[in-house]
Write a protein that binds this ligand. Structure first.
Ligand code: ADP
Length: 480
């Protein structure tokens, strides 16, 4: 089969006005940190983007103190209506600077520009618009008239959706009347620092949002800080466990959004063309760096060969390469460390006897890349069927009956998401009812909406983000 060649169509970087180095955003201004600095690089070619401050324990303390002052003096005293005005303003500024944010995100993270432009950044604006609307309606949240905020929220986010995870965290916290200290991931601080400029443009009162960059040690200092009232974490299950231990015995409120190993279940009556697109979107969107990715394909035995053939044909058309190219489908893996992990687990998959197929992509010389890969003949006991790979790797298993599909889907320590593909609405409802997963998509996958709560069961964490539930995580007297 031959395909059309595409000429390069790179998005211009001229819209970006980056500084050479960024300090910490504390009390409304950038300031030098007292700790070391580190470089943020482009995973597509390993080039240097900017020098970033690493917040020390003392810097974290300064940021928390600024958040506390802002909470006591301004934010907790402001009416919901006025808080909402700031959130609407932030949402509009995100829209105005959307192209710049999308380019920065793709540069720093490695994700294709068509995803950051069409998914991440529009959802960021949508999240702020949505929670802006809640700010003056908290007495309709089901917690009685005039529910109270918690205080200072410490928020720690991962690198897979840097700006979107920031929005998921900051928008409900501010709407509910809390102030924030947020730590972006060490490989993707850039869009959060541009967002800090947006907060300045929006005239958000100093200290309401503070952004401390750094690695795990900065995050740990934030978690341990005695003047923090709430911790919201999205990241790996291992770090989530450490945070839960550190918080145990304190009165800090905690929500955790951790890993996943979602089953994407395809029944023999599914609309197959649509299902193939959904499977591809489920695991190859954002290079599979998605906690709710459909990484385990459970396909009914009678259609297994057909589905796998169609998938291979479809994957052979995906274009891997420059994240800033508008035609790119598969961007770069976010870091060398993550690439090593994907390679290691894939090698284990082969060693355990699964059959590996990788799309015939040309891999660029520099940067971190992994071709979309499918494993067939996967057994439920294989590591690639159990561990979260967090990369563009799909493990295919089969089932014969709905009961077997449900049993296999639930046979995981995780419980974040699942997908069901079938023509029968009654079957979808019956199966969904028995899946232990926080989010279940039917005849679609990886759809997000600010009005819809998102979160896990079991080792995928606890608490919900999004919707009214997302507010409850930031109000007294409620558990999300
Ligand atoms: P991932 O596997 O997605 O990189 P991590 O859990 O390692 O997930 O990282 C998610 C976020 O948690 C990052 O911002 C990271 O810096 C931070 N982090 C890592 N270790 C700790 C820790 N011990 N305490 C608090 N935050 C941490």
């Amino acid at each position: 089969m031959t395909f059309l060649e595409y000429a390069p169509a790179p998005e211009s970087r001229s819209v970006l006005h980056l500084r050479e180095s960024y300090g910490l955003f504390i009390d409304g201004d950038f300031r030098a940190g007292s700790g070391d600095t580190f470089a943020t690089i482009s995973p597509a070619d390993e080039s240097h983007i900017a020098t970033i401050a690493s917040a020390s324990e003392a810097d974290v303390d300064t940021a928390v103190a600024a958040a506390r002052r802002a909470y006591d003096k301004t934010w907790s005293r402001m009416s919901g209506r006025d808080r909402g005005k700031y959130l609407f303003r932030i949402a509009r500024l995100v829209q105005e600077r959307a192209r710049e944010l999308a380019v920065a995100e793709s540069l720093d993270n490695g994700k294709p520009i068509k995803e950051s432009r069409d998914v991440d950044v529009p959802l960021v604006a949508a999240w702020f618009f949505y929670y802006a609307g809640w700010a003056d309606k908290l007495d309709h949240a089901g917690l009685g008239a005039d529910p109270k905020s918690l205080g200072v929220a410490a928020q720690i986010i991962p690198w897979n959706f840097p700006l979107l995870m920031l929005a998921w965290k900051i928008a409900p916290a501010l709407a509910a009347g809390n102030t924030v200290v947020i730590k972006p991931a060490e490989t993707t601080p850039l869009s959060a620092l541009i967002f800090a400029e947006i907060l300045q443009q929006a005239d958000l009162p100093p200290g309401v949002v503070n952004i401390v960059t750094g690695a795990g040690a900065t995050g740990a200092a934030l978690v341990r800080h005695p003047d923090v009232n709430k911790i919201a974490f999205t990241g790996s299950t291992g770090v989530g466990r450490e945070i839960a231990k550190a918080v145990a015995g304190t009165d800090k409120k905690l929500t955790l959004e951790l890993g996943g190993k979602a089953a994407n279940i395809v029944f023999d009556d599914a609309p197959l063309d649509q299902a193939i697109e959904g499977i591809v979107n489920g695991i190859f969107f954002n290079q599979g760096h998605v906690c709710c990715a459909g990484s385990r394909l459970l396909v009914q035995e009678s259609i297994h060969d057909d589905v796998v053939d169609r998938l291979k044909t479809r994957l052979s058309t995906l274009r891997l390469g420059d994240p800033l190219d508008k035609n790119t489908d598969i961007g770069a893996i976010n870091s060398r460390e993550q690439l090593d992990r994907i390679r290691e687990l894939s090698a284990i998959g082969e060693a355990e006897g699964a059959e590996r197929w990788s799309a015939p992509c040309v891999i660029p010389d520099n940067g971190f890349w992994f071709a979309p890969t499918i494993f067939t003949n996967v057994q439920a006991s294989h590591r690639i069927a159990r561990d979260e790979i967090f990369g563009p790797v799909l493990s295919v298993l089969t089932f014969r009956t709905p009961a077997e599909a449900i049993e296999k889907a639930n046979n995981t320590p995780y419980g974040l998401s699942a997908g069901i593909w079938s023509d029968k609405g009654s079957r979808i409802l019956a199966v969904a009812d028995r899946l232990r997963a926080g989010v279940i998509w039917a005849n679609t996958f990886n759809r997000f909406d600010p009005a819809s709560p998102f979160g896990g069961y079991k080792e995928s964490g606890y608490g919900r983000e999004g919707g009214r539930h997302g507010l409850l995580a930031y109000l007294k007297g409620a558990s999300a």
